[in-house]
Design a protein around this ligand. Sequence first.
Ligand SMILES: Nc1ncnc2c1ncn2[C@@H]1O[C@H](COP(=O)(O)OP(=O)(O)OP(=O)(O)O)[C@@H](O)[C@H]1O
Length: 243
Amino acid sequence: MSNAIEVEHLVIARGKRRVLHDLTCTVPSGSVTGLLGPSGSGKTTFMRAVVGVQKVVSGTVTVLGHPAGAKPLRSQVGYLTQAPSVYADLTVRENARYFAALYGLSAKEADAAVSDVGLSEAKGQLVGQLSGGQHARASLACAIVGRPRLLVLDEPTVGQDPVLRNELWQRFHAMAKAGSTLLVSSHVMDEAGRCDRLLLIREGLLIADATPAAVRERAGTDDLDTAFLRLVQAQETEQEKVA
Ligand SMILES: Nc1ncnc2c1ncn2[C@@H]1O[C@H](COP(=O)(O)OP(=O)(O)OP(=O)(O)O)[C@@H](O)[C@H]1O
């Protein structure tokens, strides 16, 4: 299969407001695809639709060949939310081993996930006593431990220092190389250049579904921040013409 995620004409409302407008895009299998956009643009809403926990108004979301949220996907899709999703009264290692056990995996595999996120030295610490960045990495360890075919990571590098961010991005690419697909959200454009493909959204509209190189070329600049702004301006001009 060439696409891990296929989204067609997706419309989502939260409360009474439409927050995603007719989104059509794909996420290629084995890629690290970045979902980039300003705060409130609809990234989390999009990810919730991919993991099948978001009510949709219309359109379809197909994940690994199944409708999003279908039962066969439960063991194949990992989701890291922005809210901490690990047990504060267990240690890092105990959390990872608990999630590993749910997937029928060993303690050794749990410990490897803890090491992958750079938490080996804090493995015996209670999660409730970790710093914010460590806490986020403990959640990440639990999301990756089952080696899901699709990993949906909502802002996984927020609160991490540059060295750790670099290590985490290397880890994401290693996981993609090993066959997983990763959909990673960020509102920091300097992370966009680290992705194989980009989905750029703004106010619930898709403004690009392309490689970073293609985005740079289309916008006529090497700087992805500037490229994003130019694409936004181009889209606004287009909308004014239609109105
Ligand atoms: N539970 C909710 N009820 C009503 N509106 C919501 C709800 N959750 C989010 N929204 C609105 O939906 C829009 C998209 O929110 P979403 O969380 O998807 O954005 P985001 O791009 O992930 O933002 P951030 O980068 O700040 O996490 C925002 O305008 C937000 O206010």
